[in-house]
Design a protein around this ligand. Structure first.
Ligand SMILES: Nc1ncnc2c1ncn2[C@@H]1O[C@H](COP(=O)(O)OP(=O)(O)OP(=O)(O)O)[C@@H](O)[C@H]1O
Ligand SMILES: [Mg+2]
Length: 441
């Protein structure tokens, strides 16, 4: 979603029922049939309402089986409350605004909202006006759906389902691939901490997929011991659907699940690039953010993932072999991803006493790339985190490394710094109504 429009794609109005013009107005036609709505993926939905009746509709929908994976929170205050809220907070995957404002006032509020909307956020409006001019204005601004109240829970769910299950629509999830320029440079640690920050600070739903099948550390780092995981999916990718995916994932926190590696050595792990593609496609249909923890390997499937990912994060330590490998990787990615953003480069484990180092500046010059962040060598904090199965922010939230993980999370999701810090004052007037929805699962 751009700052100018209210949705990732302008004209993304995938209405579930035909809208016909009646004089000055528009009317939904066709019966809503029970069961047409498909399950809605693990997205976060925030609603801003004026009418208590609509909050009841939301409550019924939020408790429906089709929304069990989504996080729904409801606030009162309508469009103006949404505008105030998102000046201080990141926007979720979907914003629902129920408003009885007249046309010009509603459009005015939406234009203000557009200024603080993050990429990928969709907006659905529930209005009280059967007004075709308003409808067209909303379309122009990239609103995904306009429904005229009163709306039934099924009608609402069907509209939401169409937004996320339309095969022509963009897949929900963004894929971030994390790889080390050499083995043991801290790429997995950075992947896991960034994913955790994404789920905690940015309130995004994340799946960490561990593709280091023989030696992966995702289970250890999140203090989990999963029985099944990603190897089962890769062995028969055609069987993977949202039901099987749910069984194979291990839930670590409200918003973070891991797709763990088996880490047993009595099998061979010859993955095919096509199997990887199929598995990642299913995962990204079900969650907004997928962080792939890649082993330090260069195979047909690892190249495919790096080429296809939305963002690539390379971790290097400041020595010559890392500089050479990082340069080779960046050159490969530049050539194979001509229209994509550049890979992100992190220099990890700097400042080891008495060890000669290649400077950040030299990295930047050699790779023609701005380094996203530097993480100092800190054996105490990192050692404690990895031995306890904890994240750096849990051990020391004020550490420089924790701030760097937030920077990485913001960079790969293309968000602005100030939006992470939620200022309570801005929320005070909103009176979150149905807090219990937030923690349904
Ligand atoms: N900045 C740091 N300071 C000190 N120790 C660190 C730092 N970053 C990572 N480590 C430690 O380095 C070790 C290796 O990290 P990690 O497993 O994340 O590397 P990797 O690049 O994923 O390795 P592999 O090639 O095995 O996948 C871990 O014990 C981790 O705690
Ligand atoms: Mg690793």
């Amino acid at each position: 979603m751009t700052k100018q429009s209210l949705s990732g794609q302008d004209h993304d109005m995938s209405t579930s029922h035909e809208l016909v013009e009646v004089g000055d107005g528009i009317e939904p036609t066709g019966d809503i049939q029970v069961g047409r709505a498909r399950p809605i993926p693990r997205i976060s939905i925030q609603a801003f309402c004026e009418d208590p009746q609509f909050t009841q509709v939301l409550q019924v929908a939020a408790e429906d089986r089709r929304l069990t994976k989504a996080h729904v929170s409801v606030h009162m205050g309508g469009a103006s409350a949404a505008v105030a809220h998102y000046q201080e907070s990141p926007t979720p995957n979907l914003i629902i605004i129920e408003s009885s404002l007249p046309r010009a006032a509603l459009i005015g509020e939406l234009d203000k909202l557009a200024e603080s909307c993050d990429a990928g956020t969709k907006v659905v409006i529930i209005g009280h006006l059967n007004d075709v001019i308003l409808y067209r204005e909303l379309l122009k601004r990239g609103v995904s759906e306009y429904l005229v109240a009163p709306v039934s829970p099924l009608q609402l769910m069907e509209s939401l389902s169409n937004l996320y299950n339309n095969p022509e629509a963009d897949p929900v999830g963004h894929v971030f691939a994390f790889i080390g320029a050499k083995g043991g440079v801290g790429s997995s640690t950075i992947c896991h901490n960034t994913a955790w920050t994404l789920s905690e600070a940015l309130k995004g739903n994340v799946i960490v997929a561990d593709l280091d099948l023989a030696f992966g550390t995702t289970g250890l780092d999140f203090n989990q011991d999963p029985v099944q995981g990603i190897a089962e999916a890769l062995a028969s990718p055609e069987r993977l659907d949202e039901v099987l995916l749910d069984r194979l994932l291990t839930k670590c926190s409200e918003r973070l699940s891991i797709f763990a590696a088996p880490v047993i050595l009595d099998r061979d792990y010859d993955i095919s690039a096509d199997a990887c593609d199929m598995v990642i496609d299913v995962v990204r249909q079900n969650v907004p953010f997928v962080a792939i923890d890649m082993p330090h390997a260069w195979t047909s499937w690892s190249k495919r993932i790096l080429t296809q990912a939305d963002e690539v994060v390379i971790t290097a330590v400041p020595d010559l072999a890392n500089l050479r490998n990082a340069k080779n990787m960046v050159d490969f990615l530049r050539a194979s991803r001509k229209n994509d953003s550049k890979p992100h480069l992190l220099i990890n484990m700097t400042g080891v006493p008495k060890r000669p180092e290649i400077s950040i500046k030299e990295f930047e010059q050699a790779l023609d790339l701005k380094v996203l962040g530097e993480i100092k060598f800190d054996s105490e904090t990192f050692g404690q985190a990895s031995n306890n199965g904890q994240m750096i922010e849990e051990i020391n939230a004020k550490s420089e490394a924790a701030a760097t993980f937030r920077d990485i999370a913001l960079a790969i999701t293309h968000r602005r710094e100030t939006r992470v810090e939620k200022k309570v004052s801005a929320l005070a007037g909103l009176a979150p109504l149905l807090e219990k929805f937030k923690f349904k699962r």
